[in-house]
Design a protein. Structure first.
Lengths: 113, 112
């Protein structure tokens, strides 16, 4: 059981480049979310989805796009990378309800130069 | 906007000592969760509390949810070097974990 799989684990981009961070889960979870983690700021929500075809913005959505065409996959697209997007990105998934557990991927460390 | 204030941000104590980490907010949460994160890994859930005043124990770790569901604490008894790590609290404003608000984290170091 792989859980939540994120690829790539590390990435270096030049300013202005675009890329997609991949996230896949094999637990048939309805909820999926993207967070970024910066030093001293904890994790901040970028975008989230409550099911296939349904997405919404979180606290820091600017510069990022998402789509949810299947239950399993929730890719995060950086349209035009900026140095301010240098961060560690985490994808999470969970089932419905208050007593379900959120599972996190291992993260993608992104550096924009 | 940071809804969850976590303190202390850094804590370094001797093995065998006790410690408490606090997580405070002005918002009422449907549930509050505590995670532990190791370097290079994602957060891993330790516990979820959903009822005001609830106390949960996980071996030497005791978690408490405030009566008003705005704050929580994590108490570790007789800390061990294996407790070293980053501890994060996270609140859900509504039932479901799709929109978690995280605290800033407490980096705990246990000195042998």
């Amino acid at each position: 059981n792989a859980g939540v799989t994120q690829t790539p684990k590390f990435q270096v981009l030049k300013t202005g480049q675009s890329m997609t961070l991949q996230c896949a889960q094999d637990m048939n979870h309805e909820y999926m979310s993207w967070y970024r983690q910066d030093p001293g700021m904890g994790l901040r929500l970028i975008h989230y989805s409550v099911g296939a075809g349904i997405t919404d913005q979180g606290e820091v959505p600017n510069g990022y796009n998402v789509s949810r065409s299947t239950t399993e996959d929730f890719p995060l697209r950086l349209l035009s990378a900026a140095p301010s997007q240098t961060s560690v990105y985490f994808c999470a998934s969970s089932g419905r309800g208050p007593n379900t557990e959120a599972f996190f991927g291992q993260g993608t460390r992104l550096t924009v130069v | 906007t940071q809804l969850l204030e976590q303190s202390p941000q850094f804590l370094s104590i001797q093995e065998g000592e006790n410690l408490t980490v606090y997580c405070n907010s002005s918002s009422v949460f449907s549930s509050l969760q505590w995670y532990r994160q190791e370097p290079g890994e994602g957060p891993v859930l330790l516990v979820t509390v959903v009822t005001g005043g609830e106390v949960k124990k996980l071996k030497r770790l005791t978690f408490q949810f405030g009566d008003a569901r705005k704050d929580s604490s994590l108490h570790i008894t007789a800390a061990q070097t294996g407790d070293t790590g980053l501890y994060l609290c996270a609140g859900a404003l509504r039932f479901g974990n799709e929109k978690l608000t995280f605290g800033t984290g407490t980096r705990l170091t246990i000195i042998p």
